[in-house]
Write a new protein. Structure first.
Ligand SMILES: [Zn+2]
Length: 308
């Protein structure tokens, strides 16, 4: 913000960038002094009672799955300068999730949008006809969105520089986190998150409105390929089937190891110094419900539309 003001002032008042640059550096010094007081275990959770009784079942479901508590535990090793609250709440019909000023808000409407895509039928092994486990189709996208918002939170609280589109960076932060789970969970989480994005991958003739193309978020189709590419780049053996079955085109797959390496380097360089390694080593690598857990059926009366 300070830099922006100075660029405006440089035009109006002839101020040079050298001066604000110096004050910017001073500001950073102040912040790094403050960050010495940063501490781990600064994440809180709150499931706000829904405003609409239509979300009562969902309210119970997310608590039974301990979704916020598990995300809190994942983020606990990060040394933060202030507390971060993860909350679910009713948003008066808005299908959304966001981060603002130390609070991550996930709307019950967004969670319901995920729930409505969950396959209703599965084999005793827990796999639906289209190859996804219903429990993964539910929890994968939910962890993805909470960790996406956690990415925004870390960029803000830890003063992480952004050299591009912050929404894409938040997606990469989230995917990188999911990929640090044990192999089986990483596969299930990525599979679930990609399942939600798959609806954005249609025929080559699909129409995408100009408004959607101008949106700060990538399209669902792009986010589908981006998350698959990072997964394949992280472990081409574990995810080789997504190239073999054509989900990830070979042309994109060729450079995915580079894409993953860039994200890993950025994470380790920029976020790594803020991680309490002792605490992180105690994190359990398995945090998903058994694959054959069948999520409860979604009440049919709910009518949630996809987010923009
Ligand atoms: Zn975002």
């Amino acid at each position: 913000m300070l830099m922006k003001l100075c660029i405006a002032a440089a035009v109006a008042l002839g101020c040079t960038l050298a001066v604000p640059g110096a004050s910017f550096a001073q500001g950073d010094k102040d912040k790094s002094a403050a960050s010495t007081a940063a501490e781990p275990n600064r994440v809180d959770v709150e499931y706000a009672p829904p405003k609409s009784s239509a979300h009562d079942a969902l309210y119970r479901l997310v608590q039974e799955l301990n979704l916020l508590e598990k995300t809190r535990d994942l983020l606990a090793p990060l040394r933060l300068p202030r507390r971060l609250l993860l909350t679910t709440t009713g948003c008066d019909g808005e299908v959304n999730a966001w981060y603002d000023d130390g609070v991550i808000t996930v709307c019950y409407e967004y969670l319901d949008w995920v729930w409505q895509s969950v396959p209703q039928q599965a084999t005793p092994d827990g796999i639906a006809p289209d190859g996804i486990a219903p429990i993964d189709a539910l929890v994968g996208p939910i962890y993805q969105i909470i960790l996406h918002e956690a990415g925004h939170a870390m960029f803000d609280l830890l003063n992480i520089p952004i050299f591009g589109n912050e929404e894409n960076d938040a997606d990469q932060f989230s995917a990188f986190f999911l990929l640090q789970a044990g192999k089986e969970d990483a596969r299930r989480l990525i599979g679930g998150a990609a399942y939600q994005y798959r609806s954005g991958v249609q025929s080559a003739n699909q129409n995408i409105t100009t408004k959607r193309l101008a949106d700060v978020h990538a399209t669902m189709g792009q986010r589908f390929f981006n998350i698959l590419c990072l997964a394949y780049g992280a472990n081409d053996e574990l995810f080789k089937d997504i190239v073999a079955n054509g989900d990830l085109p070979k042309e994109r797959a060729e450079d995915c190891s580079d894409e993953y390496a860039h994200v890993a380097y950025a994470f380790n360089t920029l976020i790594g110094p803020h991680i309490d390694r002792e605490l992180a080593a105690k994190l359990h690598k398995s945090w998903l419900p058994p694959i054959n857990s069948q999520p409860p059926h979604r009440p049919a009366a709910l009518g949630t539309r996809a987010p923009n």
